[in-house]
Design a binder for this molecule. Structure first.
Ligand code: CMC
Length: 458
């Protein structure tokens, strides 16, 4: 017998609502018939309790600090897989065979270069343009080159387009950086793998090759892998929202980049580094900074702390903290901001303000230090998050595209604006007259007649 939940409405009517159970025993009340049968909608500010879809891609248990891609614990993937293999897992549901891996690598390589006439668009941005603005605009522009018909005909075409998007966002990101520092844009190399190729395009110069260390490559691989998907977060929900209107993959991904940009989402990694730099430059102690956060009068938050879903710990932060220690040791970097980060973490983990609100370090807390150690400038941090999140967005776009029954995402609302008003001409409005339901009108104005016709400036 399927489970149901019973809802009693204010007028006494009782509705039986089906309960949906996920494969990890998550329970949801299906309200899809609610409005039709009762006239009611639900309201849930910030979607704190709303499941927007069923999805087979990523599972998170925030209470237990669990993150799995297609069933595999992220810790296992981090230990055993590359970012590219993980991307194939996310997009197609299974880890690739050696042949599938080779084929996809080939597609990534073949699609890594930007068309020559496309490259001139970079010159159209001012030098100070934020690379996230360049990234979102360029992904949209790239669609005209890579997917001019806007149609993906079959699986083979989808694989090519997915590889092109994953590969070219990396090239675009590096090109945006090179433009911002006034250096020549580097071409991708056909003999380098995904992460090395990105570092090459970021840091090589036409007259000098940059050869990344194994530690640097492995840290960046981990960074990308841990950002590859995170179920229905703000940017992924945006991608799904745009995709639900049957927008093409590039338009949906560009929208994801825009949503990711905010400081409460992907922009937090940049904000963490700015916070650590500020604490160091101001000479303020960690204790004083934490007191400022708790005081709340300045409205500042401890950036890199807290998460809507994780209430115990963020497993990505645990892996990144470890990688961060290893990388800084291997590179013999002594960044004082790491000490500040450690002190902040310790202070917060022992402070009742943070404990009672279940605020723990999230993925962004240590990632900024890793990226700084790799020489990535702070404005590029969120761009790197976007490169990492691309396979997740592609997987979610595909999930929508493959399900013809997907309805366009179109939430309802509870309207709280003015009730119906009578239209008044400008003369009447200037004289303060209002409709029968409006504000009080001074007595002397009530007899004022509006001119029959007015010639008003447009
Ligand atoms: N520092 C200080 N107080 C905080 C913080 C923080 N980082 N985060 C939450 N709080 C407090 C908040 O003031 C509120 O207190 P009270 O209940 O007394 O009013 C309580 O904790 C609940 O906060 P909330 O804003 O209702 O929680 P949320 O689930 O809506 O927000 C969050 C989640 C991630 C936006 C928030 O924790 C935050 O702003 N963190 C800092 C920004 C950050 O690091 N973002 C990256 C998130 S991980 C990357 C990603 O997946 O996007």
């Amino acid at each position: 017998m399927p489970e149901t939940a019973t809802l009693t409405l204010p007028d006494g009517r009782v509705l039986e609502l089906p309960v949906v159970v996920g494969t990890e025993n998550e329970h949801a009340i299906d309200i899809s018939r609610l409005r039709a049968e009762s006239g009611y909608v639900t309201i849930d500010d910030g979607y704190m309790n709303t499941g927007s879809c069923k999805s087979e891609i990523t599972f998170i248990d925030g209470e237990k600090g669990i993150l799995r891609y297609r069933g595999y614990p992220v810790e296992d993937l981090a230990k055993n897989c590359s970012f590219v293999e993980t991307s194939q897992l996310l997009i197609w549901g299974e880890l690739p065979s050696p042949e599938e891996r080779r084929h996809f690598s080939h597609l990534l390589t073949e699609n890594s270069a930007l068309p020559e006439d496309f490259r001139r668009h970079f010159a159209g941005f001012p030098v100070h343009a934020h690379p996230m603005s360049i990234m979102s605009a360029m992904i949209n522009a790239l669609q005209s080159y890579d997917l001019p018909g806007l149609i993906i005909d079959d699986e083979e075409e989808f694989e090519r387009v997915s590889a092109a998007l994953m590969s070219k966002v990396r090239t675009i990101a590096a090109a945006a950086y090179k433009s911002s520092v006034g250096e020549p844009i580097m071409y991708p190399r056909y003999d380098l793998r995904y992460v090395e190729n990105f570092l090459h395009m970021m840091f090589s110069r036409p007259y000098r090759d940059y050869v990344p260390s194994a530690e640097a490559t492995s840290a960046l691989n981990l960074f990308f892998l841990l950002h590859a998907d995170h179920e229905q977060n703000c940017s992924t929900s945006t991608v799904r929202m745009v995709a639900s209107g049957q927008a093409n993959l590039y338009a949906s991904a560009a929208a994801g980049v825009c949503a990711l940009w905010g400081r409460l989402h992907g922009g937090a990694n940049q904000a963490v580094m700015e916070m650590l730099t500020y604490i160091r430059a101001s000479g303020m102690s960690v204790k004083e900074y934490v007191a400022k956060v708790k005081d709340r009068s300045d409205g500042i938050r401890l950036m890199g702390f807290g998460h809507r879903v994780y209430r115990a710990f963020d497993p990505r932060a645990v892996l990144l903290k470890d990688a961060c220690d290893k990388l800084l040791n291997a590179m013999q970097i002594d960044d004082p901001r790491l000490d500040i980060a450690r002190q902040l973490e310790e202070a917060a983990l022992n402070d009742d303000y943070f404990i009672s609100r279940k605020l723990y370090p999230n993925v962004d807390f240590y990632s900024g230090i890793i990226l700084t150690a790799l020489g990535i400038p702070v404005e590029m941090f969120t761009v790197l998050f976007a490169i990492g999140r691309m396979p997740g967005w592609i997987a979610h776009w595909k999930e929508i595209y493959d399900a013809p029954q997907t309805k366009i995402y179109r939430p309802r609302q509870v309207y709280t604006g003015p009730v119906k008003r009578e239209w008044l001409n400008r003369f009447q409005r200037e004289k303060g007259m209002t409709d029968s339901r409006g504000f009080k009108v001074p007595e002397e104005l009530r007899t004022t007649q509006a001119p029959q016709s007015q010639s008003l400036p447009s």
